[in-house]
Design a protein around this ligand. Sequence first.
Ligand code: ARG
Length: 579
Amino acid sequence: MACFFRRRIAEKLSGILHQAEDVFIPALTAAHVMKKQPSVDFKLAVGSLRLSGVLPCGGDVQLQTESLAAQLKPDSVVEEISAGHGVINFKVNRRLLAQKLLEPFGKGEDHKFGLNSELLSPLKRGTTVVEYSSPNIAKKFHAGHLRSTIIGNFIGNLKQALGNTVIRMNYLGDWGMQFGLLGAGFGQFGSMEQLKQNPLQHLFEVYVRVNKEVEQNEGIKQNARDFFRQLELHEPQAVSLWQLFRDITVKEYQCVYKRLGVHFDVYCGESFHQHGAQEVVQQLQRKGLLTTTEKGTGVVDLSPCGDMSSVCTLLRSDGTSLYLTRDVAAAIDRREKYGFDEMIYVTDKSQENHFDQLFQILRIMGHCWAKRCRHVSFGLVQGMKTRTGDVVFLEDVLDEARARMLHNMSQSNTTKAVDDPADTAEKVGISALIVQDFKGPLLSDYRFDWDRMLQAQGDTGVFMQYTHARLCSLMQRNEDVKMSTFNPSLLSEQTSVAVLQHLLRYDEVLIQSAQDLQPKHLVNFLLKLCHLVASAHKELKVKGSEEEVAQARIRLFMAARAVLSNGMKILGVTPVQKM
Ligand code: ARG
């Protein structure tokens, strides 16, 4: 494992610079695989040792680098040490590299690879609440909801892999004036039968229709207000209709989320916090934090100098609460219920201000845990359309991905071996969607492009799945090769070494992703792994090789497959065995 080598290098540094080994560990990184530098496995950034005070800051960095490199003596583990530009490069023994990395595989613990790394131990483990997806009942499931769903799922998976207790939460838009409209609209154009047959579609149609109608029809407007008032007063008939809309929606969503490989531990929603919202308002009043404006609304001053230059509204003049008020109540409630150590909200960047305000309000109310709440923000997606038009429901995107992938598979001649082509097409189509979304920084906007994301070559989810399936088939075709032993000296070709060097980086990549919650580190790591595996596949024959050589190569491919599969699962992608 990477830790073994890091320790050995740190030991050497400690001997010369007379500081604890641990101070060197963060300054050491496994090198990116590069053709130009095939014999660099680890790098030490001398600048970072200056920053952490291990080395004096005065003087020339390059001189310091060269002098330190010259003092470090190679041995049988760390075989070469040389000075580069502000970095010291290390090459480790090739046999040991293969042995340490590949030994842990095939013992039933492949899924733990990289997760026991000492690099990960300083990460605080505890309870993480991740709130994601959170669509609004009867409204469109837009690209932002899709992004929130897959990003939140990734964060949940990653945190869980790293040993946190994760509570996955869906905060449904299940309250507000839209339910007045929906209730009134349903009374007029709704049908119980259609609602049971195709709930999401029917609710959406009613909602669109009533929104149109309300512009010309005062009567409906009044009905909507009345219905919402009845809801707020918990009038049983109104509540039972609302409950039906909600239950039916949750049930439908659960099925579609399942297709996407996503689940939630809790479906909560804005409706849960009507009472809590009023309590929040009272607390703010008691603490003297709520100011009543001339218009009769209740606002909180968030300006740094207390001059009301930046305020946010928490109470309407009619005494009802707002989205923000309900979020304050929801956060307090979750903290009480789950005692979380951190809470992560995933929405598009248009809500950045909302979450800023939310966290500030919690802080001024005295909730110091608010500093452990985080908003993961992402950019907009343009052009998410299906062949028949706009995406309205999550199901539309999944159907389109499946149909397009099924079509592509029917053009290829390997597909015949697949048992359930529709299921495979769905899984591969979803991977394509996820990889396209996760490749860049989350904050960037991007253009949705079915053709590009479904390409079999290039950096796509299809290519990733293809590599996984190919590795599975390689393992299967070579079932007769004995897996229990291998000779690590037989993996010294540069193609093998490159795969091994790349695997050395895995724990660092997980750490990076856990720190900034960006999936791009992991996606790009896995894509690179796929490219390295493609070369290895071409150059390192298993069939027809001598028994010992075949064994060693199979072990390498087995490790690559396991890491690929582990990483894909964290991304939220289900690896396929055949395609
Ligand atoms: N339902 C909201 C929307 O569709 C997203 C909810 C985000 N979460 C929250 N706690 N405010 O925009």
